[in-house]
Structure formats: structure tokens, C-alpha cells
Design a protein around this ligand. Structure first.
Ligand SMILES: NC(=O)c1ccc[n+]([C@@H]2O[C@H](COP(=O)([O-])OP(=O)(O)OC[C@H]3O[C@@H](n4cnc5c(N)ncnc54)[C@H](O)[C@@H]3O)[C@@H](O)[C@H]2O)c1
Length: 362
């Protein structure tokens, strides 16, 4: 029986597979990549004890080195990136060698950025181990680290050679992290996949019970949605910005609350705010916010901030985000469920009204 599904991303300079296996780290078809001389596997102190040995054992013919970083979004910074570069330097990695990420989105983003910057770019493979990184962070070539002034402010576009998903890794993922991943899945429904939104609504129990077949379908669908957008706009000159639904608000929430919320939780809160702003500006019905809130709550995701943050502070942080163009906010708003669009020139005063209403809404 075939235990894997495959989704391909076709880009002008690089076509690569996303292999989604029910029970294995499935590297079939990648033999050419694996003849590389040396491999550096980057992981963290939580994931390494669980899966690092399995990954090293996959490469009996290669020289394999490991780099284990501190766990957490607060470590997605220059220091950790420097540690990866130091390890590459110590073991004399060159352009024919390979990096592998093993972990959640934080490790995927940092490993990708190290691969993008070492010797102006070496190959890497993503092995994402959180739901969020399997459906989003490992796919599409955005790599980077945070700056104290904002999320992902330092980075590069650099596509991996492959993405290897083993659904079994989700068995060890804490529930809160799992649900945060669903926040990004709901995002695809909100952008342009209303049928998927309804599919998620009708599979809440099987998803929460981590039914492997259902999860395999979910991950494959999300990767297909993301691939379709990235294939049309690899470097975010246009349509790819839609993938930021909920993110400008979300990034500000992450920073303002000192990462009290997980990334997927902050995106959930951000989507509620985007729906509220869309309704306030007359783009969509107020019911869209309610529909989003119902599905987010079904997966125990937050729909209201429970940390004391001022609307002014959030607005200032939103200004520091990458999506401000010529001092004007460029936000992803909705004309309906599954009808997101890029709204240019949104005013501070309009955003403030939404923030105030969402911070006080009960
Ligand atoms: N590059 C992109 O396109 C993109 C897209 C979305 C999000 N992101 C980034 O991804 C990051 C969030 O990723 P995340 O939600 O995966 O967070 P994360 O990487 O911090 O992982 C969450 C937690 O789960 C642990 N973990 C990972 N796999 C595990 C497993 N199988 N079993 C047990 N524990 C496990 C991690 O060690 C961590 O403690 C953010 O930095 C965000 O900016 C990037």
C-alpha cells in the first residue's frame, strides 16, 4: 500500500517535491541530493532527543554532523543563525554540501536562512515536525530570523530541494502547538478556499483525534494551496501577499505580548481583526468574523486577547512590519469567506477603531 502523497512545487529555477508519508521519513526519489559529501542536520533541544538519531541513520554513506539549538521563537535570532554558520565553518562545508532542518517553523526558517547565506547559497532539505511547519513554514522558500524590532525582518528567499513530512512526528506534538497549526490551515480557507473551510468544520473531531489519513489529506491540501500561490508569485510581488492574512496584526501581537501567543494563535487573533476591519470598512458582512471565530474556537484557538496591550502599541508595531508601503498600511482583508484581497492605503485611524473594538470585545 502507498503510504505517501506527493505535492510538487514547480518554479522556474527549482521544482521540488513535498513528500507526506503516514509513518516514515520518506526520502525516495532524492538519491541524487543524498550523494552530497557532507550533511549538517539542524534541530533543537526538544526535537533532537525525539528524532535526530532516526535522521542520522538515514544517511549511512554520508558524513553527518549535527547542530542542536535552544528551543523557542525567542531564539530565532542572529545568535542562533551564527551558531549554524560556525558549525558549517568548523566542518568546512562548501557549496556541494547539504543542510537539513529537523523541527518546527523556527528551525525551518533559520536553517533555510543559513543555507541561503552560507557561501551565497547551498542546498537544504526541510524535515518539518510541527503541523504548522508541515502545512506552511517549510514550503515556499521564505527563510529568515527575527530582529528585536520585528518578526522575520532579516531573511532571504531560498527554496529547499525537498520537504519531507512524516505524519507520525505529530504524535509527540503538544496539543496547544497542534491547534496553533490549525490556525494557519484555517487561514487558507479564509484566503481563497471556502470549501476547505467547510471541510475543516466538518472534520473537527477526526482532526483533533489526529486521525493520520485525515491529517495526510489536510497537509496535502494546504501544501497544494500554498504551491499554487507560490508558483504564481515566488518573491511576493503580488498575490503571495494574500498568505499574510492575519499576519500583520498577528506579528504585532507576538511582539507586544513577548511571544505570549504561539505564532498560529497570534494569526488566529489577527484573522479575527482582519475580518472585523473588513466589515468596518464595508468590504464584507459582519457574519464573516463570527464564522471565523466559531471554527477557531472549535480548535481551542484564541479569538480575543487576554493580555493587556494597548491599541497604540499594536499600531506602532504594525507600522514596523514589512507590509507598510510608503507609510501606508497594506493589509490583507476579506470581501467574504475565501475572498481575501490586498487593501492598500488603510489609514491609522481605521485600524485603531478595529483594534479598540477587538481589545474590548467580549
Ligand atoms: N517561512 C514561512 O513561510 C513561514 C510560514 C509560517 C510560519 N513561519 C514561522 O514558523 C514559526 C512557527 O513555527 P512552529 O509553530 O512550528 O513553532 P516552533 O518551531 O517553535 O515549534 C513549536 C514547538 O514544538 C516543538 N516541536 C516541534 N516538533 C515537535 C514534535 N514533533 N514533537 C514535540 N515537540 C515538537 C518545538 O521544539 C517548539 O517547542 C514562526 O517563527 C513563524 O514566523 C514561517
Amino acid at each position: 500500500m502507498n503510504t505517501f502523497k506527493q505535492v510538487n512545487i514547480s518554479l522556474p529555477d527549482n521544482t521540488y517535491p513535498i513528500i507526506i508519508d503516514l509513518q516514515a521519513f520518506n526520502l525516495s526519489g532524492l538519491e541524487q541530493e543524498l550523494t552530497k559529501r557532507k550533511i549538517m542536520v539542524v534541530s533543537n533541544t526538544t526535537v533532537a532527543p525525539l528524532y535526530l538519531d532516526h535522521i542520522v541513520d538515514l544517511f549511512p554513506e554520508n558524513k553527518v554532523f549535527t547542530c542542536v539549538l535552544e528551543d523557542g521563537e525567542v531564539h530565532k535570532n542572529v545568535r542562533s543563525w551564527q551558531r549554524i554558520l560556525d558549525a558549517l565553518a568548523e566542518h568546512q562545508f562548501n557549496r556541494s554540501d547539504l543542510l537539513i532542518s529537523l523541527g518546527g517553523g523556527v528551525i525551518c526558517d533559520m536553517t533555510g536562512f543559513a543555507a541561503a547565506s552560507w557561501m551565497r547559497g547551498i542546498d537544504f532539505i526541510q524535515i518539518p515536525t510541527t503541523l504548522l511547519s508541515q502545512i506552511d513554514a517549510s514550503v515556499g522558500g521564505k527563510t529568515g530570523i527575527n530582529h528585536s524590532k520585528g518578526k522575520n525582518l532579516i531573511g532571504a528567499f531560498h527554496q529547499p530541494k525537498a520537504v519531507i513530512v512524516n505524519i507520525k512526528t505529530l504524535n509527540t506534538l503538544p496539543e496547544r502547538e497542534f491547534n496553533a497549526g490549525i490556525g494557519e490551515a484555517i487561514k487558507y480557507g479564509g484566503i481563497d478556499q471556502p470549501d476547505f473551510f467547510y471541510w475543516l468544520s466538518s472534520h473537527v473531531d477526526s482532526i483533533k483525534n489526529r486521525d493520520a489519513d485525515v491529517l495526510q489529506n489536510l497537509i496535502a491540501k494546504c501544501c497544494e494551496f500554498k504551491a499554487e500561490i507560490v508558483e504564481q508569485d515566488e518573491k511576493e510581488q503580488g498575490k503571495r501577499a494574500l498568505l499574510n492574512l492575519g499576519h500583520t496584526f498577528g506579528h504585532a501581537i507576538e511582539i507586544a505580548t513577548h511571544y505570549h501567543y504561539l505564532h498560529g494563535e497570534a494569526v488566529a487573533l489577527g484573522m479575527v481583526m482582519a475580518a472585523e476591519l473588513s466589515a468596518q470598512l464595508g468590504h464584507c458582512d459582519v457574519g464573516i468574523r463570527k464564522m471565523l471565530e466559531n471554527l477557531l474556537q472549535a480548535f481551542d484557538l484564541p479569538i480575543k486577547l487576554d493580555v493587556n496591550v494597548s491599541s497604540d502599541e499594536l499600531l506602532q508595531l504594525m507600522k514596523a512590519d514589512k507590509k507598510v508601503v510608503n507609510d501606508q498600511h497594506r493589509l490583507i482583508l476579506m470581501r467574504g469567506l475565501g475572498a481575501a484581497f490586498i487593501a492598500e492605503g488603510v489609514k491609522d485611524s481605521e485600524i485603531l477603531i478595529t483594534l479598540q473594538s477587538c481589545l474590548t470585545h467580549t
